[in-house]
Structures are given as structure tokens and as C-alpha cells.
Design a protein around this ligand. Sequence first.
Ligand code: 13P
Ligand code: SF4
Length: 319
Amino acid sequence: NAERAELKDRIRRLLKEKGAVLVAHYYVDADLQDLAEETGGCVSDSLEMARFGRDHPAQTLVVAGVRFMGETAKILSPEKTILMPDLDATCSLDLGCPADEFAAFCDQHPDRTVVVYANTSAAVKARADWMVTSSIGLDIVAELHAQGKKILWAPDRHLGSYIQAKTGADMLLWQGSCLVHDEFKGIELDLLKAEYPNAKVLVHPESPANVVAQADAVGSTTQLINAAQTMDATHFIVATDNGILHKMRMAAPGKTFIEAPTAGNSATCKSCAHCPWMAMNGLRNLAEVLESGANQVHVDPAVGLQAKRAIDRMLDFAA
Ligand code: 13P
Ligand code: SF4
């Protein structure tokens, strides 16, 4: 409609005027994803968002996603201005892992290498030896396990269990979960698969074990989009935030994507899996922050410096 078109024009103009670049996650509004791509920014998973933000020469980054993504950008580039459409866009994993409780947990297990998921606060990352994202957590823990290290993992218990089962590593798990992925249901998924016997199942590893067990591909958002493109199937059942379907449909036109069930049975439940915090990013607040320069992400410089070590380890490993 006319208002959307006007807002998009305004954002394009403001990005240019301010020399800013838009870095978006696949779960945010489709218009923001399209704008990011069209204007030379990026739309990707959390590992690529971090790398892109660090390497791009723009001095202002607008991060359309959730708080930890903005903080990671700031930690990696403290000299840059990092803006977010809504600074209250958080994550249940971050909320469920307060830094003081986490530090006490680590203090009780000094013999363990501390590996934290990206979906945490800067203070939690500062307490960690490694930060990982869903795209690379498995490889990093496998390497640490091969070196004989015992792991303390936080906060996502499903991702932790998945990595533990895959690698055989000794992992002590914090009991956090993602409020979106935790809702996918194994029994209902099994019923839905019976309706679509030829469909392949794509699952984000923040999902419960009985959902992951039915997957044909498990991975980060980017890895799931790649699987949708490359796997030889016409139908896919997708167990992750439904914001990803926009990109999946563009990347694999002609293929059919069906949302995995979150509750009830497959006949009545067509899922409503969408992160409420990702949904806080819209065209209007994006235009407003670009105009005003409000909603800057701040990270305490000492905490940021400490947290950067854990992030850099991951980025070096990924290089
Ligand atoms: P990805 O790194 O796979 O994009 O995941 C981020 C996230 O928050 C998933 O819920
Ligand atoms: Fe956090 Fe889940 Fe939202 Fe991702 S989808 S940002 S893990 S609450």
C-alpha cells in the first residue's frame, strides 16, 4: 500500500544520507529483509550478521533483529554507531540466563570450558571462553571434545542436547529454551508427515529432541535455506520461525513450504511460530531511528572487550 511504499522510499533515502547499512535477520518482517538486500546490506543468520557488520565499512549499522545481535555488532565494532528499531527486542534465551546466576554456575565448575550461544547478553559472553551460533556450535564443540575438554554450555538446552548427542562431548547444560522453537511438537509433526509422506523436514536445533529426531536437515537459518534450495524434494515441513518462509520461497521458487505444528493436531494446527521480539522490527520504527539517531546500542566498553574474545574465537574458527 501507499504508506508502506512511502516508508520504504524514506528508508532508502535515509540509509544513503546517513551512510548507514541495514543488517537484518531472516525472522524479521519481509519488507525489512528485502530492503536490506536491495540496499547493499545483508539478511542472514546470526554468524553472518556478525561478520558482515564487522567487515562492512559503514560507520552506522542498523540491526533489524533482537538485542543480542545489536550488542554483538557493537562489541565487534565499538567505534561504529549501532542502531536498532526497538531496543526492547530481546530473546527468551537471553532473559533466562542472568549474568550473575550464570557466573555463579561457572564458578562452581572451574574445570569446564565455557561455551555460550550467541543469544546471550554481553555480560554472559564476557564470562565465556567461546561464543558460538547455531551454524557452527557443533563443529566447535566437536573440536573442543577432541582436545579432551569438558564443556559448560548455556543457555539453550535443546541445542546443547543436540550437540552433546552428535559429538559425545561431556556437556553440562544450562536449562534455557527459545519460546518459539520449544513449542514445536514431535507427535503432531509425525502426523503431519503422514499427510505429506514425500516432504523433507527442516529443523532449527533450538527445537525439542523429538522434533530434531525427525529432521532431514538440522541447522541455522542460513543452513536451512540452503537445504531447501539443494535438497531434492518438492515439499518441505519447516520447524523454525515462520519469518524464514519469505526467503525460502524466494530461494526455492516452485517448492512448497509447510509450517511445522506447534500444538494440537496437524488438521487443526498450522502453526503460528513467530518470535514476538523479532516482530518488534517494522518499517515505521526503522525509519524513525534512522531519522533521529535514537535507539543506539551501548555496551559497557570493559564488558565488551572481554566478550569480544569469545566472539573472535568463533570468527577465527569459522574463517
Ligand atoms: P540463527 O543463527 O540460526 O539465525 O538463529 C538465531 C535465532 O535466534 C534462532 O532463533
Ligand atoms: Fe530468541 Fe527464539 Fe526469538 Fe530466536 S526465535 S530471538 S531464540 S526467542
